[in-house]
Design a protein around this ligand. Sequence first.
Ligand code: FAD
Length: 326
Amino acid sequence: MSGIWVWLEQFQGKIPSVAWETLGVARRLADAQGTAVTAVLMGDGIAALAEEAIAMGADEVRVMEHAALADFRLEPYLAAFVPHIREGAPQAVLLPSTARGRELAGGLAAELGTAALVDVIEVSVEDQRITAVRPIYEGKLFARTYVERTPAILTVRGRAFPRPDPDPNRKGEIRSVAVALDPSAFPTQVLEWIQEAEGEISLNEARIVVGGGRGVGSPEGFEPLRELARALGAALGATRAVVDAGWIPYKYQVGQTGKTISPDLYIACGVSGAIQHLSGLRGVKVIVAINKDPEAPIFKVARYGVVDDLFKIVPALTAELRRRGL
Ligand code: FAD
């Protein structure tokens, strides 16, 4: 068993930051063991991304191109990937902890008779074994685990590790790998992609998130938060209470039954700080809370707190940021 492989997720020819962070983790693991990093690119018309992968830390890039791989679907991606993993026998396969990465990780583990550790936030090599730490029980506990079988399948949580700096002088090997797939053999077809609103920043990748809770009072109450988010280049988040009320779509929900976010800054506006909401904030570095109630539990986890009406504080913050030209 040798080498660390990374599935370099791409969507319409773009690689998300978390995939580069995953490549950075693979590089560290490979260096600790004196082995090589192989990045696997799958899609159609994506070969040009291989050079970038070398610059970001891969020693080898395997490019699998086929019309059946143009859009992510579990079945063709597994059919293309699994035989190469069997043949290459890597020690571990790392994937970004995105919806697709997690889906593929589960499929790979099942096909290869091994196990997947999802959402890892720390990795190390102990006694020649790859050991990972990941949150369990909604982040109340952390489990240090290793996979006894190979390859170990790990998905890496976004923004838990640094993104590597590109080195355009790095050298590596780019291999085009033949893929034989029968497109009619797969039971699903992607009909269309429905784009999020233009210019929106994804909650998973945002460095700053402005979150709104029931304190915003109505769907229109999100407007000042949107303004603040625009001024900060931030993403918008929400509690389940406001999603259930139909004030904002589910894709904004943060928490146990929504998204887990890891921005540097989370500004919670009119959010009480229920445990189910906080479980989505475990990776946040600094929480700022704006709430009328000084007893609100959010203040127990906030680094900075403002006890006041959000409709007074949020527009004032936005105006001050604009005044400073930020
Ligand atoms: P509230 O608890 O009603 O808090 C509103 C806050 O706004 C209050 O603290 C109030 O003081 C403040 N406020 C009011 N007006 C103003 C104003 N003008 N200015 C400033 N502050 C003001 N919740 C999630 O968020 N995410 C989840 O994923 C999730 N999953 C759940 C799963 C389960 C199984 C269960 C049982 C619950 C889940 N919940 C989840 C719901 C959770 O328990 C809370 O009910 C919810 O988070 C509360 O949302 P909130 O803070 O918006 O509302």
